[in-house]
Design a protein around this ligand. Structure first.
Ligand code: ADP
Ligand code: MG
Length: 720
């Protein structure tokens, strides 16, 4: 066959399929190069990283036409050996990696030997370099990976200069889109700014070709804050707090994070996230999202933070090869690391908030000063935090801004229960659990004014613009909307939210994979054992009921998998559950009950009813019920006594003997309750504000109840 003949042959009436041909190598290389060097800014990043790898202490960047005409990066690093110049720009030539195993431990920034080569396929590359002790340097140009001429001796200053001209000259479409899209120069400036914040011992400059002034100019310094101030300005630095966290004792994943994050006073339109992992400038979308989430939940007004973060991990724990430009990385134990960082940030924000409250109080007290002193100082007081405060009538010195998180109950509760120690065995605990499982028992507060919530629109307004204050008890949380306080039934709200989400995401769920397949039959039997309604039936009957339900679910497996991502395999094992709310997993103690409800309560023969009933079952399962172990705080700790008599006899036990407490159970309960509290504040409330469409009935069924108006309360205090 003639491999070079590209034309389809016409034989009689039929047309032969076009022949598959091998692309010319240079075309392949050009395509691959386009992957690595996607835009001028990615070329700049690669070149600067090479300079840093070469130990440079000065790196200068010059750019013309957003990098399309010219990119020039000069450094004072160790230079390139004359003998290496011929293969410098071949693909997969690198001084940083010699065997596959090195990939695991390599510490430098680029190491696949692709960057320079790629540039020669999509642009004209000229390198000038000199190594230590040489009298003169060399200059050489490259095309398609090879030298265009022998290296020419030339005068040179210490280090290397790489010049890339006419980037994408041979990729018409790419060049056009780049020309039409915004100039890449701001991106380049952004990259250099980030490098300058991290590599504080290196001095960077970045300018447009022909411009006398550099747009970034950083001098080597010993202070990170100086570096940030230099690039991002003093106003940013003023609102930063230092953060540090590590987990050295965990053994398998030693990681360290250090950096600066903005506090409540930093307000910006966009998040700035400068992330270095093992000294490489990278993106880690999962981490960025998690941080945004913490800020949105903790400081909604300052929800677009400035973050500089440097993470160090054993290099074998970072996979930089998931992305062609090494921009996005994935980490071993990523979820755990993110969780630790999230918690550290949250704690920091909370403590820096306290500082802010203190400042505000100091200023507010000046509002009480005699009028003449006020006058002298002017009626407007500039707070040290940078906020302006008008002279305020005393009656309004309450937290009226619903988005101001200061004053949440949470902070007052810290450590309240942690020192208490108690016990009781699981059977007695379970008895108490039964009563707590039913949220109706929680009781509606005595004083309420339902009128204010009576319209669906009014209720939606409250939901959208409220602030979380704290938990009032196991079932109710307090929220503030303007100057009104409301009690919200967490169970009802979460059930409705999950129900609505289940319907919204219908046919489109992500999945939670169970760590082990769970046999439906076992789950159903467990549920039946717990179910009071069927507790009279004997074991054989229970087994029958379980079998029937298991069959029903197996028969409908395909449908529930497709619609709700509830995956049941052919052997009747539950394999996957849907993600109803991101970052949220339901309480698996309730899985048996859920499976039983799916079998018992879902209407299978009417499609619409089927969706509704299945979504209701999901809503109930994913709702934030109180954990199965009773709340150990306050007198609840009595339930964790090993001595059962304290439960059944009804005698009052005043003193709690430490030895008498089931520590393990207590610890488990404390974790479950504090996790729930965290989830309510950081997952349920933000999601509720975003997604919940509260049905009107919630205004009257005790789900939302107004308990106080702060102005009225103030009036009462005034009279006292
Ligand atoms: P990689 O950085 O993955 O090794 P590159 O294509 O970016 O691949 O660079 C190839 C090699 O060229 C590097 O390994 C390094 O030895 C050398 N090199 C590139 N730029 C410089 C520089 N500015 N100074 C010194 N050596 C350099
Ligand atoms: Mg490189």
């Amino acid at each position: 066959m003639d491999v070079d003949d590209p034309s389809p042959r016409v034989d009689g009436g039929g047309v032969d399929p076009p022949r598959i041909r091998r692309l010319e190598e240079s075309v392949v290389n050009r395509i691959a190069a386009g992957e690595v060097i996607q835009r001028p800014s990615s070329a700049v990043k690669e070149l600067v990283e090479n300079s840093l790898d070469a130990g440079a202490s000065t790196v200068s960047v010059t750019v013309k036409d957003g990098g399309l005409k010219l990119i020039q990066v000069s450094d004072d690093g160790h230079g390139i050996r004359f003998e290496d110049l011929p293969i410098l720009c071949e693909r997969h030539t690198t001084s940083k990696l010699s065997a596959y195993e090195d990939l695991q431990t390599i510490k430098s920034m680029g190491f696949r030997g692709e960057a320079l080569a790629s540039m020669t396929y999509v642009g004209h590359v000229t390198v000038t370099t000199i190594t230590e002790g040489q009298l003169h340097g060399y200059r050489v140009s490259y095309k398609d990976g090879v030298m265009e001429n022998e290296p020419k001796p030339c005068a040179a200053v210490k280090g290397t200069q790489v010049m890339v001209e006419n980037l994408f000259y041979n990729m018409v479409a790419r060049r056009k889109t780049l020309q039409n899209s915004n100039d890449d120069y701001p991106k380049i400036v952004d990259f250099i700014s980030r490098f300058a914040v991290h590599h504080i011992n290196v001095s960077f400059s970045c300018r447009k070709h022909g411009a006398s002034r550099a747009d970034v100019h950083s001098a080597s310094t010993s202070s990170r804050l100086d570096a940030i101030r230099n690039v991002y300005g003093a106003s940013v630095v003023r609102d930063l707090v230092e953060i540090e966290v590590s987990d050295e004792d965990a053994g398998d994943a030693v990681f360290k994070m250090g950096g600066y994050i903005s506090n409540a006073n930093y307000v910006a339109k966009k998040i700035t996230m400068i992330l270095f992992i093992n000294d490489r400038l990278v993106d880690c979308t999962a981490l960025k999202r998690a941080i945004e989430f913490v800020y949105a939940a903790t400081l909604p007004q300052a929800s677009k933070p400035f973050i500089y973060m440097s993470i160090n991990l054993p290099s074998e724990h970072v996979d930089v090869n998931i992305h062609p430009t090494k921009k996005e990385v994935s980490l071993l134990n990523q979820e755990r690391i993110i969780e630790i960082i999230k918690n550290a940030i949250e704690e920091k924000l909370r403590s820096s908030n306290t500082t802010r409250i203190f400042q505000t109080q100091a200023i507010n007290s000046s509002a009480l000063m005699p009028a003449n002193t006020q006058k002298e100082k002017g009626t407007e007081v500039k707070m040290s935090s940078g906020m302006k405060s008008q002279k305020t009538p005393v009656s309004q010195i309450v937290r009226t801004d619903p988005r101001n998180p200061s004053g949440r109950l949470h902070s007052y509760w810290h450590g309240q229960s942690s020192n208490l120690e108690m016990k009781c065995d699981l059977v007695s605990v379970r008895n108490v659990v039964r009563s707590r499982r039913n949220p109706k028992d929680a009781g509606v507060p005595l004083f309420f004014y339902p009128d204010l919530l009576s319209t669906a629109a009014g209720l939606l307004e409250v939901v959208k613009n409220c602030t979380y204050v704290g938990l009032a008890d196991d079932v109710f949380a307090l929220i503030q909307h303007n100057t009104h306080l409301y009690l919200v039934n967490i169970v009802n709200v979460s059930k409705e939210l999950m129900y609505q989400q289940a319907l919204c995401r219908f046919g489109n769920f992500n999945a939670i994979q169970l760590s082990e397949p769970a046999p439906l039959l076992d789950l159903l039997l467990m549920a039946l054992k717990d179910d009071e309604l069927v507790c009279d039936e004997n074991d054989e009957e229970k087994l029958e009921i379980a079998k029937v339900n298991s069959e029903i679910l197996k028969d409908n497996a395909e449908m529930i998998n497709e619609y709700f991502s509830i995956h049941v395999d052919q052997d009747g094992n539950l394999i996957r559950l849907p993600v109803v709310l991101d970052q949220y997993t339901p309480d698996m103690d309730r899985l048996p009950e859920f499976v039983l409800t799916m079998g018992n309560d879902v209407t299978w023969d009417d499609e619409k009813e089927c969706f509704r009933t299945a979504a209701a079952a999901i809503g109930n399962f994913y709702a934030l019920h109180p954990p199965i172990l009773p709340n150990p705080s306050g007198s609840g700790i009595q339930l964790y006594k090993k001595n059962k008599d304290c439960m059944t006899g009804g005698e009052h036990v005043d003193r709690t003997d430490e030895d008498d407490i089931d520590q393990e159970l207590l610890a488990e309960a404390e974790t479950a309750w504090s996790q729930r509290e965290w989830t309510i504040q950081h997952v349920l409330f933000p999601s509720m504000q975003l997604f919940l469409k509260p049905p009107k009935s919630m205004a009257t069924d005790g789900t939302f109840v107004q308990v106080a108006s702060l102005e009225k309360l103030y009036k009462i205090f005034e009279r006292c």
